[in-house]
Design a protein around this ligand. Sequence first.
Ligand code: FE
Length: 132
Amino acid sequence: MKNKSDLPEDEWKKKLSPEQYRILREKGTELAFTGELLHNKKKGRYVCAACGNELFSSDTKFDSGSGWPSFYDAVSKDKIELKDDFSHGMHRIEAMCKKCKGHLGHVFNDGPKPTGKRYCINSLALGFKGKE
Ligand code: FE
C-alpha cells in the first residue's frame, strides 16, 4: 500500500478540495475570519487535513484576533516542520506538516505564555477530532 502522506500531486488534487489544495500544496492562505475552526472551543485534537497527523491540542488554542485559528504550541516538536519563508517581501517562519509536507500557516513570536509562539494556521489545513 502506498504511504498516504507521500502522494503525487495529482492524488492530492483528488483527495483535497480545490481550496484545501491551494493552501496545503500551493502554500495559499484562506481569507481571515472565514475558517470553520476559528471559533471552535471544543476539547480535542487538531489534525492535518491532508494526512491526519496530530498537530495541536485544544488546550493550546487561543483567540489571537488575527482571523486564523491560533495555537501557542504544537502537540510535539516532531509534528511540524519550520522553514524560513521570504515570500511577499517579508521574513516569516512557515509551518508545515512534517509527515506530508503540507503547508499549514506561519509561526510568529508574539504569542502568549508559556511559549511566546503563535502558530497561525489555516482552518482548511486542519481537521478536528473532538474528545468523546
Ligand atoms: Fe499532513
